[in-house]
Design a protein around this ligand. Structure first.
Ligand SMILES: Nc1nc2c(ncn2[C@@H]2O[C@H](COP(=O)(O)OP(=O)(O)OP(=O)(O)O)[C@@H](O)[C@H]2O)c(=O)[nH]1
Ligand SMILES: [Mg+2]
Length: 202
């Protein structure tokens, strides 16, 4: 299968889940995965680590409701990948949506070790209105952002070039600034691993 990840899986260990950003301990460096509910954040963590159930995935949006921290490399490295609850899950109650958004925003605004975010966009359908709202909000707070288009396997090869151009255009990014990945086929996972390692200062 084309694009299967050839690099070594990332050593990632689940550390803990946190209900409030202020409960996190001091760390060396963090990057966060931001994206719509169901975009494939948890699946990409599993693909990067080549583990099935490191991060909990689900067909039902809203699986991740806490800040889930994973440590990269040796135990105690203090280099964390943080899986955030997804936004834009319309069937969650308004109160739950507000609570989720407040927790995520509190973390992204105040977290000192946070070096940047990977903003995941559904490669088949994105960016959605909520993706573009989040994009603008991230630009406002000035966090460095890398875009990752997910579920690349859902885009027909014949439509891929047009879809890539359209997605990047809507994000006001150059096509080369969006990396494409599929947790299902492994396409783009080697590149994602390198990005995560570079951002966390391996
Ligand atoms: N076809 C395809 N499906 C995928 C891919 N990655 C994830 N999915 C599916 O998309 C659904 C959601 O995946 P998750 O990884 O749980 O998504 P999430 O962004 O963590 O969702 P929340 O925790 O709800 O925010 C699951 O049914 C996955 O199997 C992919 O690369 N290709
Ligand atoms: Mg998740």
């Amino acid at each position: 299968m084309a694009g299967r990840a050839s690099s070594r899986p990332l050593r990632l260990r689940f550390v803990a889940s946190f209900a409030r950003a202020r409960d996190l301990p001091e760390t060396e460096a963090e990057i966060a995965l931001v994206g719509r509910s169901n975009v494939g954040k948890s699946s990409l963590i599993n693909a990067a680590a080549n583990q099935r159930n490191l991060a909990r995935t689900s067909k039902t949006p809203g699986a991740t409701r806490l800040l889930n921290a994973f440590e990269l490399g040796s135990e105690g490295s203090g280099r964390w990948l943080v899986d955030l609850p997804g936004y834009g899950y319309a069937r969650a109650s308004k109160a739950d949506q507000r609570a989720g958004a407040a927790m995520t925003e509190g973390y992204l605004v105040d977290r000192a070790p946070l070096r940047g975010v990977l903003h995941l966009i559904d490669g088949a359908i994105g960016p959605t209105a909520s993706d573009l709202e989040t994009r603008a909000w991230l630009a406002d707070i000035g966090l460095p952002v890398s875009y990752v288009a997910t579920k690349a396997d859902k885009v027909k090869p014949s439509a891929a070039a047009r879809r890539r151009a359209e997605l990047a255009d809507k994000l006001e990014a150059a096509p080369g600034d969006v990396s494409w990945a599929s947790a299902r086929t492994g396409a783009g996972i080697a590149d994602l691993r390198s990005r995560i390692q570079a951002l966390l200062g391996d």
